[in-house]
Design a protein around this ligand. Structure first.
Ligand code: PAF
Length: 288
């Protein structure tokens, strides 16, 4: 396994693999890898001849008051994890090579970036789409592996690749959870043990929402939203729900009534537990 810091060097390596018809699987990360990431590494290893992981805590996707400085970083730990999972290249660039002083460009996927997470984290997705475009141009992957945990991010990046005719396929892989149901996230290290236990209510609440729709056949999504929000309030005093949404899985448009709806439904939420903001979601297919 090689660690590459230089952008041009990685582009040359990628050109070589593309020219020799070797498939490149890419897992973009901000490091502090957990089992969610390693499940992506496993998928990439199974599908591709060359596996590249990027480790870069991207400042432009953090809002000024967010946890960019505190975000966990441990390159050596990540290095060993990548080695154990058979990664071929770690791309670990310096800040200045990614964002030189005269950097001016932004990539923005309209509409989807402004809803749900975009309302509470304005500008966040522009940071994501801009860095991922750069990473794609550097790594030149055939496949990119993303976790469903960040559903809106994955959906936006899929749309970006579709709209810009980017020659790479986004593969959205299942959320990995603790036995309790808590979705794995690098930010879980901010939680105390009690908060971790309390946070399991979020996944429970998503499943309650799904049950209302699929088992109790509730089609009016406002009623489902009220039920889920009351469920969380009843089960936990310390969780502050920011939003709970019922959307489609293509553009994340809110569904008002499921009566005439067919297709994948995404239930997604964001909530604070103490100072830590958690997101989670579930997807399921709906036919009336
Ligand atoms: O999901 C993440 O870790 C980041 O948003 C990504 C895709 C690596 C871009 O910085």
């Amino acid at each position: 396994m090689k660690v590459i810091k230089d952008i041009k060097a990685l582009q040359n390596i990628s050109d070589y693999f593309r020219a020799t018809i070797k498939t490149i699987g890419f897992v973009p990360t901000m490091g502090y890898l957990h089992d969610g990431h390693t499940s992506l590494l496993q998928k990439a290893r199974m599908d591709s001849e060359v596996v590249v992981v990027s480790i870069f805590v991207n400042p432009t996707q953090f809002l000024p008051h967010e946890d960019y400085n505190e975000y966990p970083r441990d390159f050596l730990r990540d290095y060993h994890i990548c080695k154990n999972y058979g990664v071929d290249y770690i791309f670990y660039p310096d800040m200045k090579s990614v964002y030189p002083d005269d950097f001016l460009t932004e990539v923005r996927v309209k509409e989807i970036s402004d809803r749900l997470e975009g309302i509470y984290r304005p500008g966040h997705f522009v940071g994501v789409t801009t860095i991922v475009t750069k990473l794609i141009n550097i790594v030149k992957p055939h496949y990119i592996y993303l976790g469903q945990k960040d559903a809106q991010q994955s959906i936006i990046l899929k749309k970006m690749c579709e709209d810009l005719n980017i020659d790479t396929e986004i593969k959205i892989c299942p959320t990995i959870r603790e036995k309790t149901g808590l979705a794995l996230s690098s930010r879980n290290i901010y939680l105390t043990d009690e908060q971790k236990t309390e946070a399991t209510v979020l996944y429970e609440a998503l499943n309650e929402g799904k049950k209302m729709i699929l088992d109790y056949k509730v089609v009016d999504t406002d009623s489902v939203k009220k039920y889920v929000s009351n469920y969380i309030a009843r089960k936990s005093k310390n969780i502050k729900l920011q939003y709970f949404a019922i959307t489609d899985s293509y553009l994340m448009n809110e569904i008002e009534n499921l009566k005439n709806y067919k297709g994948d439904v995404v239930l997604s939420l964001a909530a604070f537990i103490g100072k830590t903001r958690l997101i989670d979601n579930i997807f399921f297919n709906y036919t009336n």
